[in-house]
Design a protein. Structure first.
Length: 190
């Protein structure tokens, strides 16, 4: 793919990143407009297949679709190009807003607004933790779930182990084959 085609790819997805308010699902019609109708990089059927695949994979659709489409259109460089173009406006806006918040955080109404968000975020995090614990309970049972939570908390808060290492160890443990119990003498005769 030529540099001018990479530029078209970049500016197409930059436009989507700038105009796609409301998250990934709201960007889908914009992606369709740019990819199928405006540039003809793929047909409607191909786009529908990509949308179906992107919906089945974990993660935000706002980066999965541009990444795959960028790869199909411009190879590995196209993939990186499309993803950067979509996330760049969000990154810049976040940096600007955090800079403004940092500068004016001592203003009364801004301080009050930020303090009012703390309980809301705490409730959202508690709900998320409860959902994870409930899913773990259904899959593993209460005793194993609580034991794993206590061990993870002890490692993170007691020993100061980085949470990423604990999560990585749990992921590796989850990929190991389950321990099978040997047959008892009663089961062997049946």
């Amino acid at each position: 793919m030529t540099p001018s085609q990479q530029g078209k790819l970049f500016f197409s997805f930059l436009r989507i990143g700038l105009l796609g308010f409301g998250g990934g699902p709201s960007m889908i019609p914009l992606v369709h407009q740019e990819v199928v109708k405006r540039h003809g990089w793929m047909e409607d059927e191909e786009f529908a297949d990509i949308l179906a695949i992107a919906n089945t994979l974990p993660g935000p659709i706002a980066t999965k679709m541009p990444g795959y489409i960028g790869f199909r259109v411009g190879g590995a460089l196209g993939c990186v190009n499309a993803i950067l173009a979509v996330i760049l406006p969000m990154i810049i806006v976040m940096i600007l807003l955090l800079g403004l918040f940092s500068r004016y955080r001592d203003v009364g109404w801004i301080y009050g607004m930020s303090q009012g968000m703390v309980p809301v975020v705490m409730v959202m995090m508690a709900q998320l933790a409860w959902d994870f614990l409930n899913k773990s309970r259904l899959a593993l049972g209460w005793s194993v779930s609580l034991l794993m939570a206590a061990a993870a908390g002890g490692l993170i808060y007691g020993l100061g182990v980085h949470p990423g290492l604990v999560i990585g160890a749990l992921l590796v443990a989850a990929m190991l084959p389950p321990l099978t119990k040997g047959k008892t003498s009663g089961e062997a005769t049946r």
